[in-house]
Design a protein around this ligand. Structure first.
Ligand SMILES: Cc1ncc(COP(=O)(O)O)c(C=O)c1O
Length: 426
């Protein structure tokens, strides 16, 4: 298929600056470019006396003309921020504040371009796969993973998935990861998500460094694309578990190692419906800006433009002097539930084994033989009015992030009764 001259130009720049990145792009990734269409031309005319470019309804002087109820509801917000379009690449203030936050976590981020704004973290991962995943490519991901990766990688991109057991003993299975990558010759994609959904597990900092060494050495002879899904960043409850992202260990480590970080306000600012995510690339220099141009093309051709109002609200949260303490309060609410759940699960059960967890929002129980997760889940709803998620055949995921402290023991007792009843009737 013909490639637009603008895309050809952008590809040439990428190929010159970073040939490995150029070759890592999927054929769709190579076709995508930032069009010089309406938003681009409107941006160029933004200082003009008369701006007859963009199709947003204003008073002619740049102020929106909202309808009454919406204006009432949002009257505490500056009308322009609340009602008008965001730039395609996201609002500068939003991107800059997020970068500032990431640099404060690790100074290695300071050399990188501003992250691109997405519509939530799922969208950030999905855009990354649009850029790098060719149909039939292989994804290496542990056997316990967020089920939506099936949609993103398998359904959208016809991925071949290679799994390895998430745990080795009570740690993350670093050897399993290495062996699984070793099974793939040529370009390989690797996804790592810590704190993890569904296990609620994070490795130690030294394990994160070991993982990064493996990824760097695997990149010695072929392209390795690494997706760091940091959706639950910061929600870590044990001193042994690190809240440091693997991504930072991958910045500028090898030209063949394409490191991508997907994160966002969903959990970190507890702003689930806000739909603000970010996608960052782990190379310094202008290459990050070129990638952002590709992302502008993806945004333009899918969701049109990101959500302006929730970027504005997220910026205000990040700028608020109470932000740090507010996050600490939120974390301490989860922490109390986490410890209660750990305590409740510390007694051995005849019906399940709790897998190690130390962070995030979830824990995973492995049901003993004879108990089907889906059957237990349905019975729990029916008999006990308790909802959990069944995962594969034998696992139940408990989201302690959405339960009260007192509901924890209610849930565990109800689960015990239900498992007992199912086994008795067999
Ligand atoms: C591991 C993981 N990644 C990404 C997401 C998606 O986040 P968002 O709602 O911002 O798209 C979730 C949400 O549940 C998640 O569990």
């Amino acid at each position: 298929m013909a490639i637009h001259p603008e895309a050809q130009l952008l590809n040439q720049l990428i190929d010159q600056e970073h040939p490995q990145l150029g070759s890592a792009l999927s054929s769709f990734g190579r076709r995508v470019y930032a069009p010089k269409g309406i938003p681009f031309q409107a941006q160029q005319a933004s200082g003009c006396k008369v701006n007859a470019t963009i199709g947003q309804i204003t008073d002619g002087k740049g102020q929106p003309l909202p309808l009454d109820r919406l204006a009432d509801l949002l009257k505490g917000l500056p009308a322009k921020e609340a009602f008008l379009y965001s730039p395609i690449q996201g609002r500068d203030r939003c991107r800059t504040l997020w970068k500032k936050k990431l640099v404060a976590e690790d100074d290695r981020f300071s050399a990188l371009s501003l992250p691109a704004v997405s519509l939530g973290i799922c969208h950030a991962i999905s855009m990354a796969t649009d850029l790098f995943f060719e149909p039939g490519d292989t994804l290496v991901v542990p056997d316990l993973y967020w089920d939506n990766y099936d949609q993103i990688f398998e359904v959208r991109h016809e991925a071949r998935m290679i799994h390895y057991p998430f745990y080795e003993g009570s740690s993350f299975n670093i050897r399993g990861l290495q062996q699984a990558i070793g099974q793939v010759t040529g370009k390989v994609h690797v996804l790592l998500n810590f704190p993890n959904n569904p296990t609620g597990f994070s490795p130690t900092l030294s394990e994160i460094k070991q993982i990064s060494e493996i990824l760097v050495s695997e990149a010695a002879h072929r392209i390795v694309v690494v997706y760091c899904d940091d959706a639950y960043h910061g929600l870590v409850f044990e001193p042994t578990a690190t809240s440091q992202s693997l991504f930072y260990e991958l910045i500028d480590r090898h030209p063949n190692l394409i490191a991508l970080k997907a994160d966002g306000v969903t959990k970190e600012l507890s702003f689930f419906g806000g739909r603000v995510g970010f996608l960052s690339l782990g190379f310094s220099g202008t290459i990050g800006q070129y990638l952002n141009e590709k992302i502008c093309g993806l945004i333009r051709g899918s969701v049109g433009s990101p959500v302006g109002i929730s970027q504005y609200l997220s910026e205000e949260e990040l700028l608020d002097p109470r932000h740090e303490s507010s996050f600490r309060n939120l974390k301490s609410i989860l922490e109390k539930r986490y410890y209660l759940l750990q305590e409740g699960l510390s007694k051995e059960s005849p019906f399940w084994t709790a897998l190690p967890f130390n962070s995030g929002c979830f824990c995973l129980l492995r049901l003993k033989s004879g108990l089907q997760a889906e059957k237990v889940r349905q019975q729990l709803i029916q008999d006990e009015s308790v909802g959990v998620v069944s995962h594969k055949e034998h696992y139940l995921r408990i989201a302690f992030c959405s339960m009260t402290e007192s509901d924890i023991s209610i849930l565990l007792k109800a689960l015990h009764r239900t498992c007992e009843k199912i086994l008795l009737t067999h």
